[in-house]
Every structure is written in C-alpha cells, then in structure tokens.
Design a protein around this ligand. Structure first.
Ligand code: SAM
Length: 347
C-alpha cells in the first residue's frame, strides 16, 4: 500500500465502511483485533497520586510531545486500520494548551467515531464546554475519594469540590457517557465503598472501581494496598448488583447494574483470569512509541515515521509489532515490564 492511499484530506464525513477496513485491521496472532487507541499526549502530571507519582512528575528527559500534525497522522493511520475509538490520556492531558484542538482534529478524522478523554479534573469546570463543542464524546474522570481530606491524602491536592462542580457541568452538557474512575486502596478509600455506591443512586454516570496494579515503582505500596477485584465483585453481587452481558466489542471491564441506582458500575480487574482475552487496545506514548501491552518490555519508536508522515510504513511497523504481542501480561507473577508508573502511558 502506498502512502498516498492514506491521504484522506478534508473529508466531510467520519464514516468509513467496514469493507474499506476489512482485511487490514490491526490484529495479533491470537485473533484479537484492535479498534481502540489510547493516545498519551504528555507524560507530565500535576498530581502526586501516592500509588502513581508520589514525588510528583520527575522530568528525566527533555519532553518532546507529539505535535498536533503528528497526532493527526496517527489518527488517520489507526482509523484506516480499524480503530474507531481514541482515548486521549497522559500524564495529565489538560496540561496541554492545545487539547481542544487535539480533540477537534482526532474527532474529525474519517473513521474515528468516538473520542474520549481521561483526566484528573484539572480545569474541568472552565474547559469542559470547549471540549464538548470540539466533539468530545466521553469523559473519564479520576476521583479516588469523595472525602476531601482523603482525596488530598491520595492525590496531593485539595481540589475535590472544584472537580465535582466540573462533573455537574459535564453532566448538564449531555456527553454520550461519563465515567468516574476510582482505584480502591486498602488503607485509604476502601471504607468509602458504600459512600461511592450511595452517590451512584442519583448520579447518571458509570463508576469504575479499578484494581490497583503493581508497577515498577510501587511494589511496597501495592502489597499494602491492593484489594482484590474478586472481593469487590462478590460485595456488589451480595448487594443486588447484576452482571450485564458483554457485547461482542466490549472491553475488559465487567459491568453491573442495579434497578435502584441511576448510575452503573464497572470493575476493571486486571488480575482476573482471561482479562487479556478481550484486549482490543493499543497505546501510543506522548513521544510516539507504540506499546502493544500496558505491561510490555518497552515501546517501539515510530517517531521519525510519524514526523515524516510515512503512513504506510507506520501501519506496517504497527502490524509487525503486533505479531509479537503476547497472549497476556504477567501481572499475576508480579511482572510489570518496563512500566514504572501509569503516568508514562496513561493507563
Ligand atoms: N491524569 C489522568 C487521570 O488522572 O485520569 C490520566 C492518566 S492516569 C495514569 C489514568 C488512570 O490510571 C487514573 O484513573 C489513575 O487512577 C489510574 N492509575 C494510575 N496508576 C494506577 C495503578 N498503579 N493501578 C491502577 N490504576 C492506576
């Protein structure tokens, strides 16, 4: 395929038919297809979450983030190979001044049907309307505690009230979906389990409990704070939550609903058996490295191809790398690859 085959130009519609992408969807050796990209646009984060960056962001390399044009190139390549959803993440993506332009460019890429953002809620109230207007479909907001003091202890910031105001504004705007992520931590917020559920009774959101993952930097913290996702699942089932049937394109979260609650629940249980069977996501770091697994042995550098807009070569390299993707991560064995913390890649 020639690079010119990818030159999409100013198309008026995002619709690419399945026949256009069938046969060249990114896939691995285990019949998994990849329709979802997590794109990190910076690895800088302004928070000091004690399970992720307890000392705050440490600048060990000159940062050289993907530019808006490079992001457009990537979005086009991925869309041409079956990607329908792009989640923008970081570090903290809101730190980038051109975030609204990035959302607009990604959303206007033919083939990309869904653009989401993962954020800690920084400047949410100020900016959320411009993101919505730029075409953002989904918002994932990290809120690890509903108690301002616990929130500050975990994140290093006293911003819970501002974030909740931003969340209310986001709800009024009418996003396709809003998810709130909370990592459950034995010594910090596990006792808020019922408070979180109570909150969900009247909140039109999906709450995600994420099982704490071990990374290169947080071994001791992990051993002290890890709560098994299975325990949480049993608690939910005992309280009348029902597991929803998974659709064919569903990701790894287990989804629950309850007739008395406006909101729904999702559990991300990376330590559960078969978690990776439904893996449908690829990751690109803010410096343009491809990661075929969150806990792999490092990224594959695509930057010079991206910089030069060599779209066919980018696609070829991605597909080649995918053929080496393993069936599963080895988190259960305590192996987290080269991932020191999740701010490196955005989770
Ligand atoms: N700064 C943004 C945010 O806070 O949402 C995006 C990046 S952050 C790395 C993405 C998500 O990863 C957050 O919900 C965060 O709580 C989660 N996370 C970070 N480290 C984690 C770990 N070791 N285990 C589980 N989740 C983690």
């Amino acid at each position: 395929m020639k690079s010119s085959d990818y030159a999409l130009g100013e198309a008026s519609s995002n619709h690419i038919t399945n026949t256009q992408v069938s046969g060249n969807k990114f896939h691995d050796g285990f019949q998994r297809q990849f329709s979802y990209l997590r794109l990190s646009i910076t690895d800088v984060c302004n928070y000091r979450c004690n399970y992720c960056l307890p000392e705050g962001y440490q600048c060990d390399e000159q940062y050289d983030n993907l530019t808006l044009e490079e992001i457009q190139t990537l979005a086009q390549v991925f869309a041409q190979h079956g990607t329908r959803k792009i989640r923008i993440t970081g570090g903290e993506p809101v730190i980038r001044k051109d975030l609204t332009d990035i959302i607009r460019v990604v959303k206007s890429t033919p083939g990309i049907e869904d653009v989401a953002l993962t954020t800690n809620g920084y400047k949410l109230e100020d900016k959320v309307e411009s993101w919505f207007d730029a075409g953002l479909d989904g918002l994932n907001l990290s809120i690890d505690s509903l108690d301002p003091r616990v929130f500050q202890t975990i994140t290093g910031h006293n911003r819970l009230k501002d974030i909740l105001r931003g969340l209310d504004k986001a709800i009024c705007l009418g996003f396709k979906r809003i998810k709130v992520n909370a990592v459950l931590l034995k010594s910090y917020n596990l006792q808020e389990f019922d408070t979180f559920l109570h909150w969900l009774q009247h909140m039109p959101i999906s709450l995600r409990f994420i099982e704490l993952m071990q990374t290169g930097d947080n071994g001791d913290y992990f051993r002290q704070n890890h709560v098994s996702g299975e325990t949480i699942k049993q608690r939910l089932l005992a309280q009348g939550w029902q597991l929803k049937k998974k659709g064919p394109l569903a990701g790894p979260a287990q989804e629950f609903e309850h007739p008395d609650y406006l909101g729904s629940m999702g559990l991300i249980m990376p330590y559960s058996k078969d978690f990776c069977d439904s893996c449908n996501r690829l990751r690109i770091s803010s410096s343009g490295k491809l990661h075929t697994c969150l806990f792999g042995d490092g990224g594959y550098d695509l930057r010079s191809l991206i910089r030069n807009n060599h779209q066919a070569d980018i696609a070829h390299e991605i597909q080649q790398q995918l053929l080496d993707k393993k069936a599963s991560h080895y988190l259960q064995q305590g192996y987290s690859g080269s991932t020191r913390h999740l701010a490196m890649l955005g989770g």
